[in-house]
Design a protein around this ligand. Structure first.
Ligand code: SF4
Length: 331
């Protein structure tokens, strides 16, 4: 198996499309996404609600359910296409190699099963070890996320929201995965607890060496903890750059609007302006650039042609006619 380590790439999404089938026509929620995740990095994926980021996260591990389907694309993990794997191979990849922390996962803990048993269930389902070893491993994981193993026999309702989320992260780490996909992992928590959990996650990442794909609408959070940030709009990636570039020098007008919609925790105070209009209606999207109806920089070409995602400088990609392709030019 090609581990892909020579290139430093752990996951490569190629031309991925996800459609939701409706009675009349398919609605494209993820539109030809190309995205590379480097081994060991934290890649943030941001955009407004409904932009396709959670659908993209689900489809990476084929966790999407009908009416969602993947008509085309590849998801290459360590050299293997997840979309072509048989169920048994996929089952081994899930949790063992890539684990997922879903939105509001802390509310998905079984209320009538102790934390110890929930953690052991995951470990024993994938590892051929004794129950005693699984308990010891669970205790160790709890300690690593900052929860005393003395609390192992407690039930979820006996923990605060922040502690439950730490338990969920401990479960996600139980099988020592190479990568964790986190979909809005701290949305239900207040900002202080959120920052505590993300700091703990950073610490764990350095200890365990895993890669994180972090999905959130919170750009200020991504600015603090991500190495790179990808911005999604209408199912498409519209900008990809280092966190610093995205936060301090956004190129795409939508990214700029997002930055101006959030108070950043550091830097100068500024008046928040938001983005006028509404997110694109994917049932009936406009031709050309999906952001055109909301974009103050919109040009004629924007209403006719969808701008491709192009590299405007090494490692920095933007899909906008303000940044012409070598063959073409902005009007
Ligand atoms: Fe605005 Fe045109 Fe760029 Fe779209 S392509 S973001 S409409 S300038």
């Amino acid at each position: 198996m090609n581990q892909g380590s020579s290139t430093g790439t752990i996951l490569e999404i190629r031309n991925l499309c996800v459609d939701y089938l409706t009675e009349k026509k398919p609605v494209r929620a993820v539109d030809r996404v190309n995205l590379t995740v480097k081994r060991g990095e934290t890649l943030g994926l941001a955009g407004e609600s409904g932009c396709g980021k959670s659908t993209l996260a689900f489809s990476i591990l084929r966790l999407h359910k009908p009416p969602a389907l993947i008509p085309e694309g590849e998801v290459i993990f360590n050299g293997e296409d997840i979309l072509c794997m048989d169920e048994e191979r996929l089952r081994r990849i899930r949790w063992n190699d890539i684990s997922v922390v879903f939105q509001s996962a802390m509310n998905c803990l079984n209320p009538v099963v102790s934390i110890r048993d929930q953690m052991c269930d995951v470990i024993l389902a994938h590892r051929n070890i004794s129950k005693a070893d699984a308990v010891a491993q669970a205790a160790n994981l709890l300690e690593r996320v900052g929860i005393s193993p003395d609390r192992m026999n407690d039930y979820p309702h006996q923990f605060s929201g922040g502690m439950r989320q730490r338990v969920v992260i401990a479960i996600a780490l139980a099988l020592d995965p190479q990568m964790i996909i986190m979909d809005e992992p701290t949305t239900a928590l207040d900002v202080v607890v959120e920052r505590e959990i993300m700091a703990k996650l950073e610490e764990l990442k350095h200890q365990f060496g895993f890669t994180i794909l972090l999905i959130t609408h919170d750009l200020s959070l991504l600015g603090e903890i991500s190495d790179r940030i990808a911005i999604m709009y209408g199912g498409r990636i519209v900008e990809l750059a280092t966190s610093e570039q995205v936060i301090l020098d956004p190129k795409h007008p939508y990214t700029n609007g997002l930055i101006n919609s959030f108070p950043l925790l550091s830097g100068e105070k500024k008046v928040l302006s938001g983005i006028s209009g509404f997110p694109v209606n994917l049932w009936d999207p406009p031709p050309g650039c999906y952001f055109a109806p909301r974009c103050e920089a919109c040009m004629d070409i924007c209403k006719r042609e969808n701008p491709p995602l192009i590299e405007i400088e090494p490692g920095r990609q933007v899909a906008c006619h303000l940044f012409p392709t070598p063959e073409g030019g902005a009007e």
